[in-house]
Structures are given as structure tokens and as C-alpha cells.
Ligand binder design. Structure first.
Ligand code: SAH
Length: 268
């Protein structure tokens, strides 16, 4: 009896053990969760901190832009509201190679690879102010480079068409503009000498490389009443930034200031 009883008790324990072993998983899982909790909290904390750091970084770049607008642009006479607003808005630090992020708002041009440069903020603002892009107008840019000037024209309200001759720059600018959500910009790779006939005429044409002379197709694609800004002159010497205005009767050109731009290239 005793034996049987013991056996019974044992088998009861065994049954409990067997049944219990399934149920015992719950506390085990909870135990794993408790062990993972610090890691989960750490990940959440890191996520929150990096989001905060991102916000802080964004705020600090916005502050740098405010300072750039005040000390490099307004102090030198840039007063067009659309231009100043665009310069305050576009995140220039996202248009330069990562090693120049910290230098993005300095008063100078910066290398963007392939022997090309993003123009000095003042030059971008000056050309934009002179070109006077307005809401709903069409602007053609020759020399996309980083895409920064195109973004400024778009922020000023224009529909932008931009052409870049260096395939790698065209590709990276297209990716960047897409990533930053600039939907009103059409970009193509090619020789901007011939303009972009399909969308002509343009209210504004902006050329950001120095040509020996004004390419006739660009002149032809400028709207009557439109304005073209183009550096003209020999490569690697001082060139002249020109304002070209087209009226019903004539084409008027005016020298704006001496400048130094990278050369206008041609496909062989
Ligand atoms: N606007 C640019 C900077 C331009 S640097 C920016 O905001 O970053 C001048 C650019 O003109 C270079 O990228 C160069 O490759 C391009 N370029 C030179 N000749 C060209 C041509 N014939 N057609 C199109 N792009 C040209």
C-alpha cells in the first residue's frame, strides 16, 4: 500500500511536473523579458537621445543660417524677401560633402568633387536676387552641381529645370533633391549649352559656370521680359557676371560684377 501510495504520489508529482513544465514557460519567458528590458530601454533611450541630438543639430544649423543671412547677405545689400527666405530655409549643410558639413555656412565656395564647387552663399543669393524668380515662373539652371541653387530657386516659388554635364553630379543631385522632397525640380544630365527646349521659354535662366560667350540657344529660350544671369569670360581668369534682358525689340546686357566661376564645359 505504502509503495503503491508512494508510487501514486510520485506519479502525481511527475504528472504535475509534466503539466507544470508547459506552464513553467510563462515565468521563463517573463524572465527573459526582464533580462532584455535594460537592453530595450537602452535602445529606446539611444533612439530618443539621437532624435533630440538631431533636433538640436537642426536648430544649430538653422541658427548658422540666420547668422549667414544677416552677416553675409543682408549686410552686403541683399534685400529681396523671396531670396532671403529661401536662403534661410534650404539646408546648405546637406548639399556639401560630409567632410564640409561644419563649413557649409562659411562665407566661401566649397568643393563638391569632380573639380566643381558649390558657390559662396552670397553669390547664390546675389544671382537669385538679380534673376528675380517668382511663384509660378519657370527657371532654367545650367550647372546643377550639388543642386543647392536649384533648391533656392524652387524655394522662391519657381518651377525649376536644371541641367548638369557631369553624370555623377547629376545622379547625386537628383538623389539629394528627391530625398529632401524638392518635387518641383526637373533635372537632366547633358550639355546645358543647348538649354532645355521642351519647357522653354523661361522667365529666368541662371548659368553657374563661366562661358566664353552667351550660348545662342539659351538666349532663344529666354522669355520676352525674362532675365538671364550668366558669368562670361575666360576660364581661370576674372570673368564678368552679366544680366541679360530680352524685350520685344532687343537683347540688353549689363555687367553686374567681376566673378570667378568654374569653366563652362562642352561635350566632345
Ligand atoms: N549651381 C551649383 C554649382 C555649380 S558649379 C550648386 O548650387 O551647387 C558649376 C557646375 O556646372 C558644375 O557642376 C559643372 O559640372 C557644370 N557644368 C559646366 N559646364 C556645363 C554644361 N555645359 N552643361 C551643364 N552643366 C555644366
Amino acid at each position: 500500500m505504502m509503495r503503491v501510495g508512494r508510487v501514486r504520489r510520485l506519479s502525481k508529482q511527475a504528472r504535475f511536473f509534466i503539466r507544470g513544465s508547459n506552464k513553467a514557460k510563462a515565468p521563463k519567458r517573463r524572465g527573459r523579458l526582464v533580462r532584455l528590458l535594460p537592453m530595450i530601454l537602452c535602445a529606446l533611450l539611444i533612439g530618443t537621445l539621437s532624435a533630440l541630438a538631431g533636433d538640436e543639430e537642426g536648430a544649430s544649423f538653422a541658427q548658422e543660417r540666420r547668422s549667414m543671412v544677416r552677416h553675409q547677405l543682408e549686410s552686403r545689400g541683399i534685400s529681396d524677401r523671396a531670396t532671403l527666405r529661401a536662403m534661410q530655409t534650404v539646408p546648405r549643410h546637406l548639399f556639401v560633402p560630409p567632410r564640409y558639413t561644419r563649413a557649409a555656412y562659411q562665407d566661401s565656395p566649397l568643393p563638391i568633387g569632380y573639380a566643381q564647387t558649390i558657390s559662396q552663399p552670397y553669390m547664390v543669393a546675389y544671382m537669385t536676387e538679380q534673376a528675380r524668380p517668382r511663384e509660378g515662373q519657370r527657371a532654367l539652371e545650367v550647372g546643377t552641381g550639388s543642386g543647392y541653387q536649384a533648391a533656392i530657386l524652387a524655394e522662391a516659388g519657381a518651377s525649376v529645370f536644371t541641367i548638369e554635364i557631369v553624370p555623377e553630379l547629376a545622379r547625386s543631385a537628383a538623389e539629394r533633391l528627391e530625398r529632401l522632397g524638392y518635387k518641383g525640380i526637373k533635372l537632366r544630365q547633358g550639355d546645358g549649352y543647348f538649354g532645355w527646349e521642351e519647357y522653354a521659354p523661361y522667365d529666368v535662366i541662371l548659368v553657374t559656370a563661366a562661358a566664353q560667350y552667351i550660348p545662342p540657344p539659351l538666349l532663344q529660350q529666354l522669355k520676352v521680359g525674362g532675365r538671364m544671369i550668366i558669368p562670361v569670360g575666360s576660364p581661370f581668369s576674372v570673368q564678368t557676371l552679366m544680366l541679360v534682358e530680352k524685350t520685344e525689340q532687343e537683347v540688353r546686357t549689363r555687367s553686374l560684377m567681376p566673378v570667378r566661376f568654374v569653366p563652362f564645359r562642352r561635350t566632345e
